[in-house]
Design a protein around this ligand. Sequence first.
Ligand code: ADP
Ligand code: TPP
Ligand code: MG
Ligand code: MG
Ligand code: MG
Length: 332
Amino acid sequence: MDFKQLGEFALIDLIKVDAIHNKDNVVIGIGDDAAALIPAPHQLQLVTTDMLVEMVHFDLSTTSAWQLGYKSIAVNLSDIAAMGGKPTHVVISIALPSYLSVDFVVSLYEGMKEICHEFGVNIVGGDTVASPNGLVINVTAMGEVDPKNLQRRSGASVGDLVVVTGALGDSGCGLELLQQGTWTEHEFFQPLVLRHVTPRPQVAAGAMLASFGSTSMNDISDGLASEVNEIAAASQVGIRIYAKMIPLSAEVCAAAGALGKDGLEYALYGGEDYQLVFTIPSQQLSLISQADLGIKLTVIGEVIEQRHGVLLVDEEGVELQLEPKGYDHFRQ
Ligand SMILES: Nc1ncnc2c1ncn2[C@@H]1O[C@H](COP(=O)(O)OP(=O)(O)O)[C@@H](O)[C@H]1O
Ligand SMILES: Cc1ncc(C[n+]2csc(CCOP(=O)(O)OP(=O)(O)O)c2C)c(N)n1
Ligand SMILES: [Mg+2]
Ligand SMILES: [Mg+2]
Ligand SMILES: [Mg+2]
């Protein structure tokens, strides 16, 4: 069915179904001039927004409506995770081109509701408009954090370790496989593509690491090189990371080999892994290791004095400046 047949208001009625998972903190959700929410006592309110634009962030020939819905929420929850917080609500705005169908929108929201359900997040509002050209999705996520666990980019100190969650580079490699149309050629390509189209935000890890005393944190949306440079600039420190220590999955190593590429390049510059990079004193990190929290953590470097800048020790042991050349919207 096309949007004309159904109309804007009936479409919103479809969106409204199953939008609220946690009734305790919502007085008014979808259906009034604004949502009315109950803030948690003694918590800081977090607000973040990321927009996804067709052919900039996604290509509808390589991602399904469901996957796109899931990812649109995931990238926003990832920013709440990087503040050490717990996501609570989202507001979703969509600009719909006429070549999409009502079924597409229903499926988009099924993906959104799946991840919202998984993380206990309510959809409390949004906006629905027509687009003359291309699908645009904007999500605003809200969350809460105990003030003592708030994670900034600016808290790193000389001597802290630099650590990442998970493995890096899968998403950038998955994107390249999708763009080349070669992702069906090998079985080990498929997990990479899935990590690109349906990334999992590291919400539990962010809150846990914060409670164990991480000093700064960033989520990896534009690539590790860019994110560590942001921490270094905000904290007025230098950072040294070691190429050999950067965790790469077996799949990205195999795929990079097949493509004649270097897996490390995807990790440093590919982006969209939505893992966390953080700094932490070594004593605090050993407490986390002892607690065995089931989160994959890898030390990749250390915080050094600002005058050294941001450095990468390459696989041959040569120290180079690590330029913040991740994804830049105006330099692609
Ligand atoms: N158009 C804008 N208006 C106001 N603030 C913005 C705008 N774009 C980005 N920001 C702010 O700039 C900072 C960095 O944004 P961004 O690089 O997108 O962060 P992230 O990579 O964590 O999503 C954030 O505080 C964000 O809210
Ligand atoms: C069709 C398509 N082309 C290119 C990319 C790669 N890409 C687009 S945006 C982006 C970086 C992350 O998005 P951004 O809007 O910068 O998020 P933020 O850093 O604000 O969280 C990357 C790697 C993609 N995912 N899909
Ligand atoms: Mg952003
Ligand atoms: Mg971020
Ligand atoms: Mg972001």
